[in-house]
Design a protein around this ligand. Structure first.
Ligand code: PHE
Ligand code: ZN
Length: 878
């Protein structure tokens, strides 16, 4: 905690470490009032940096009990304790340093380093948590072998885990015991992990491609015994997939997953010992929605894939974070696409990117996927690093093609195994393996902001030539103006009026050109002609979202309707529908309640509802109207209540006009038989729940009966929650309250379901007005110390309940400011993340914008602001 201005750290200041660590020997003595950590470091000067530098070790909130150099205790004058650093001015070229620290996991509310979560000890060391455990050169380019002994009371903590393989265990005096773990792979401290608790063990095995047998273990609290199967299965599928698609075999003899309730993020890829937020790993049919199952599959895969993309090859410094995160998100999205529907997965990824990452990239925290500076690295675990980072890797994949990309990734892993490297090393491996020049492409790593690609066209009937003119521009972002044009792969196709794809002939002689081309835009302006076209074609632009850019083209509603039903590119079909719906909603902004809604939109939706030929998973996606958040992102001076009203008007109009089709859709998609997690079954559930939601939105009595029945008799959480959500968002107040009470009563013992219960209310404009939010905060199940609970109430309110959050009296903003200030004292990481909805204040209509700014100023003026919140608030107000 500090009030003075935190330091900015620059990539350009990077220096190789002065000292390296070869071996770390740790012993943790865990007690009820704290923990004593004995550490012995075998260190030497780094031959690659000059000698004579003092030894500097990071430390945070540590009590130093003992310090010895080569066996000789160091007295007070021989070192300086500078608060966040321990400096020893004189050390030999090679030495052994012994450090003993005392820490208090029980009082650790930041959830960084060693802390307690519902009775168990666990760690979170990325990015800079290891320094909260002991003094250490806590930077990813210092890689060492770890040997870890854990001692604790045997009955309270029968399970003692760390990275690598268990090598020794035994009993100690006073009912205590120990286990020693050894990790043969050198690793940075951020991948260190320890767990101690009374945990249930689930076992399985996996036989690798080379025939090695791996022990797979999940450790959970006994009450979660029935919620492990899905994650274990997803793990085995991930292990097989990484062998088949990337040739990556697992390298230790044991792989462990632990579930903890209190966790700042989703999960963590600690070597051999992945630690998960319970909500990202535990699931059963009764308690988890389809979306949760899919998220678990993706996160289990993500953390597992990190074993190569992150652990075996790691980051040189935290500016390179996207090296492991962008690549690993790309890998997990390929995996999910292979496990389910690729088009649906693409739609989901792009929805997140366009709604939230584009907003980030247009806001005050905008940064390139390889940032040039930061104050607090935790603030840089962003959608830009993760999602845009993954899009950049995807573009390389598409530019090189499957085979050369695999050659490039093989070369990358082989060349850099055991090293801490940069994004540039990654790109170079791709270049070297493929022979392609990616020098201009590298700008994607350096320039922030979402490129705008503006397309115009003209058709010369006499020559049969269709010309596209494509201009790219990249908006200014904090600290960056006058950007250079980037290398943008732009996939397109052309359709004739019958809806057939046309050959893309680049000159008058070409006859049977391909039906799709990827234009490589490298200049500010690019123009291309297509020949041999007897009529003006309809362009299908940026197919499959081939680059993370905003496309501008003067589509007519006619063209969008046409693409919605004819584009062979599934993604673009969906996108055309979204653009049409956005256009219709935008045209109703500020219009009277009875203003006409575009009848062709209604007919398009009617067609979709009746279309049983089209992939039903795609139909379900196409039926979802663009979210309020996306509509806000697309507008200049957003008036949220007006956006909310216009969207409501369209939704209600559609529901009234399509009432019978919706009821039929509901009935047609009722499940007979057992619960399944196939794409088809998931699509059926989502179709019937969309139908229910729309019908209850207009307070349809028949739908009320259907919802009640579904709520009572559902054999899975997707349907039960779908019914609850529909009731909560209806005008049937009595039934809403009844259902909420029944739901809570049924699941009050299950924290993950209680989180769903909180968020269904907090994200609803009907059940989540500010007074109701205040009540949720008073609920006995709410807990300020648990990040998931905070996210499910405060996060859901500010991030998803836009109409209530942007209440014209500014009360939502003031509320958020208060909660941020309160949380900043206990958990700065979570506090800083919660500020995010306020940071985009400049985007809103003047009345809102001023009040949002005032709320930010209120946070700024709090005394003792953490570095995390300081950075976000000051950059937002700059
Ligand atoms: N490295 C984790 C992941 O993406 C995320 C994480 C970051 C978790 C920091 C905890 C702390 O898989
Ligand atoms: Zn990751």
């Amino acid at each position: 905690m500090r009030t003075n201005q935190p330091q900015t750290i620059y990539l350009s200041d990077y220096k190789a470490p002065a000292f390296l660590v070869d071996q770390v020997d740790l012993c943790f003595e865990l007690f009820e009032d704290g923990a004593r950590v004995h550490s012995t470091l075998s260190m030497r000067q780094n031959p690659e940096s000059g000698s004579g530098a003092p030894l500097e070790l990071h430390g945070d909130s540590l009590k130093l009990e003992f310090l010895a150099l080569n066996g000789t205790p160091l007295l007070a004058g021989a070192y300086q304790d500078e608060g966040d650093k321990l400096v020893i001015p004189e050390v030999p070229a090679e030495f052994e340093l012994a450090v003993v620290t005392w820490i208090e996991p029980q009082n650790n509310t930041r959830l960084e380093g060693l802390y307690k979560s519902s009775g168990m000890f666990c760690t979170q060391c990325e990015a800079e948590g290891f320094r909260c455990i002991t003094y250490y050169p806590d930077r990813p380019d210092v890689m060492a072998r770890f040997r870890t002994r854990v001692e604790a009371d045997k009955s309270a903590y029968p399970v003692l885990l760390s990275n690598g393989n268990p090598v020794e265990q035994g009993d100690l005096d006073n009912g205590r015991h120990f286990v020693t773990w050894e990790d043969p792979f050198p690793k940075p401290a951020y991948l260190f992990a320890l767990v101690a608790g009374d945990l249930l063990e689930k076992r399985d095995t996996f036989s690798t491609c080379s025939g090695r047998n791996i022990e797979l273990r999940m450790y959970v609290e006994p009450r979660n015994s029935e919620k492990c199967e899905y994650a274990m299965d997803a793990l085995k599928r991930s292990m097989r997939w990484d062998e088949e698609v990337y040739g990556r075999e697992y390298d230790l003899d044991i792989f462990m997953i632990v579930a903890v309730d209190d966790f700042n993020m989703g999960a963590m890829e600690n070597k051999g010992l992945n630690i998960f937020n319970s909500s990202c790993v535990l699931a059963s049919q009764d308690t988890a929605t389809d979306a949760a199952f899919q998220r678990i599959e993706a996160i289990v895969a993500h953390e597992y894939f990190h074993n190569w993309s992150g652990n075996r090859v790691t980051c040189r410094d935290w500016f390179q974070l996207s090296l492991k995160e962008g690549f690993t998100v790309f890998r997990d999205s390929q995996f999910s696409a292979d496990m389910g529907s690729p088009t649906v997965k693409r739609i989901e990824d792009v929805t997140l990117l366009r709604t939230a990452q584009f907003a980030e990239d247009a806001g005050p925290m905008a940064h390139p996927i390889r940032p040039a500076s930061y104050m607090e690295i935790t603030n840089f675990y962003t959608l830009t690093i993760y999602e845009k980072g993954a899009e950049v890797v995807r573009m390389i994949h598409n530019l090189l093609g499957e085979e050369l990309f695999r050659k490039g990734s093989d070369l990358y892993f082989e060349r850099h195994d055991g090293q801490a490297v940069t994004t540039d090393d990654f790109v170079r491996a791709m270049e070297d393996a493929s022979g392609r020049d990616l020098s201009q492409f590298r700008l994607w790593y350096e320039q922030a902001g979402t490129p705008v690609v503006a397309v115009t066209d003209d058709y010369d009937e006499s020559r049969g030539v269709y010309r596209l003119t494509i201009r790219q521009s990249i908006p200014n972002t904090p600290g960056q103006t006058d950007k250079k044009p980037q290398h943008i792969p732009f996939a397109i196709g052309l359709l004739n009026s019958a809806g057939d794809p046309l050959p893309l002939n680049l000159n008058a002689e070409e006859r049977n050109g391909p039906l799709e081309r990827v234009l490589e835009l490298t200049e500010t302006e690019h123009s291309v002609e297509f020949h041999g076209l007897p009529e003006r074609p309809v362009p299908s632009l940026l197919r499959d979202f081939s680059a993370p850019v905003r496309v501008q083209y003067p589509w007519t509603r006619e063209q969008l309707l046409f693409l919605m039903s004819h584009d062979p590119d599934g993604f673009n079909r969906w996108d055309a529908g979204q653009r049409l719906a956005v256009d219709v909603i935008q045209s109703l902004l500020g219009a009277p309640d009875d203003a006409a809604v575009e009848p062709r939109l209604v007919e398009a939706y009617r067609h979709l509802l009746n279309d049983i030929e089209l992939d039903q998973a795609l139909v379900a996606k196409m039926l979802l109207l663009p979210s309020e958040a996306y509509l806000v992102e697309l507008s200049d001076q957003a008036d949220v209540p007006a956006i909310h009203d216009a969207r409501e008007q369209v939704m209600k109009h559609l529901a009234h006009a399509l009432r019978d089709e919706l009821v039929a859709c509901y009935q047609r998609n009722l499940d007979q038989g057992d619960y399944q997690l196939s794409s088809e079954a998931i699509a059926r559930r989502s179709l019937r729940n969309i139908a229910l939601a729309w019908l209850l939105h207009i307070d349809d009595e028949q739908a009320l009966a259907l919802a009640g029945e579904q709520f009572d008799n559902a054999d899975n959480m997707t349907d039960r929650l779908g019914a609850l959500r529909a009731l909560v968002n209806s005008g049937f107040e009595h039934e809403r309250n009844q259902a909420l009470a029944a739901f809570y009563q049924r699941f009050s013992e299950d924290p993950q379901v209680v989180e769903l219960w909180f968020s269904v209310q907090a994200s609803s404009d009907r059940a989540g007005q500010l007074p109701q939010i205040q009540q949720l905060l008073q609920h006995p199940a709410f807990d300020w110390k648990n990040p998931n609970k905070v996210r499910s109430v405060v996060g859901a309110f500010a991030g998803q309940n836009l109409a209530a959050f942007h209440s014209p009296d500014g009360s939502g903003y003031q509320f958020l400011a208060e909660q941020v200030c309160r949380l900043d004292d206990s958990n700065p990481q979570i506090a800083a993340r919660l500020v995010s909805p306020l940071t985009r204040w400049k985007k809103f209509a003047p009345h809102y914008c001023e009040q949002m700014k005032a709320a930010l100023e209120r946070i700024r003026d709090k005394s003792e602001l953490s570095r995390d919140v300081y950075e976000v608030v000051h950059k937002s107000l700059a």
